[in-house]
Design a protein around this ligand. Structure first.
Ligand code: FPP
Length: 245
């Protein structure tokens, strides 16, 4: 694996609705094409040697969308597991989730449980799907768990560090994202991994999610690499004492 490849890439997959509207198609068709882009991105990441791919598939705010759209998205997720689980497993990819997955329909939760159990010991890559996820809720839940641990005496106040709080987040066993990509032209974080992206490189592209192909992914990785290279140069100069403060 290349040294300047991001180990963890997180993606806000935006623009499915607009992709459909531009073609006078129902929004759900945009999501259907979005699911194809998910497959492509997973395969690209695996081939590139990215260790963790986190996809924002459904936010806590997305529950407010029309019922038909919510159920359409749940159906697509379910179909994705049905059609792709075997290949994901063959490719040694581990599926995990973050978010309040229990709020999803029971049948989808059951399928996700099967997918997670089947792929639990896979080691090539982690596909982390954010479902009913909100960054603030993640931090709030962690704060509640931490305060319980303090109350019960499991943790002493002087031992509370950022790492300790991080252990109560949904992402406890994952490295922080190195690169956050948002498609669809908006320049917002939209309550995604708020705590975890503290040091991530942010990359925004106008490409709508259904159009996000290997070339678009490569562009994002290239932008990340060029930023890393620039950063590398400055730190070398600092070490060599060439930089004036
Ligand atoms: C944002 O587009 C996208 C979503 C809310 C859902 C993302 C879901 C998928 C890509 C498909 C299913 C997922 C998996 C894991 C198989 P938008 O509807 O907000 O687009 P708009 O801003 O153009 O309206």
């Amino acid at each position: 694996m290349s040294a300047d490849l991001p180990g963890h890439v997180a993606i806000i997959m935006d623009g499915n609705g607009r992709w459909a509207r531009r073609r006078m198609l129902p929004r759900l068709e945009g999501h259907r094409q979005g699911a194809k882009a998910v497959r492509r991105a997973v395969e690209f990441s695996r081939r590139a040697g990215i260790g963790v791919l986190t996809l924002y598939a459904f936010s806590t705010e997305n529950w407010q969308r029309p019922k038909s759209e919510v159920s359409g998205l749940m159906k697509l997720l379910s179909q994705f597991i049905d059609s792709d689980l075997d290949e994901i497993h063959e490719h040694n990819i581990k599926i995990r989730t973050i978010g309040e997955v229990k709020r999803l329909p029971a049948a989808v939760v059951a399928k996700l449980d099967v997918a997670k159990a089947k792929t639990a010991h896979n080691t090539a890559m982690i596909l982390n799907i954010a479902l009913s996820y909100g960054g603030r809720k993640d931090i709030l839940n962690a704060a509640v768990k931490l305060s319980r641990a303090l109350k019960s005496g499991d943790i002493e106040e002087e031992d509370v560090t950022e790492e300790v709080l991080g252990q109560f987040l949904d992402t406890r066993d994952l490295p922080d994202p190195d690169l956050l990509i948002r498609t669809g032209g908006e320049v917002r974080i939209s309550n995604f991994l708020l705590w975890q992206i503290a040091y991530a490189e942010l990359y925004f592209t106008d490409v709508l999610w259904p159009d996000f192909d290997d070339d678009a992914f490569r562009d994002a990785i290239e932008a990340f690499r060029s930023r890393q290279r620039r950063f590398g140069k400055i730190s070398e100069q600092i070490e060599e004492g060439k930089m004036t403060p």
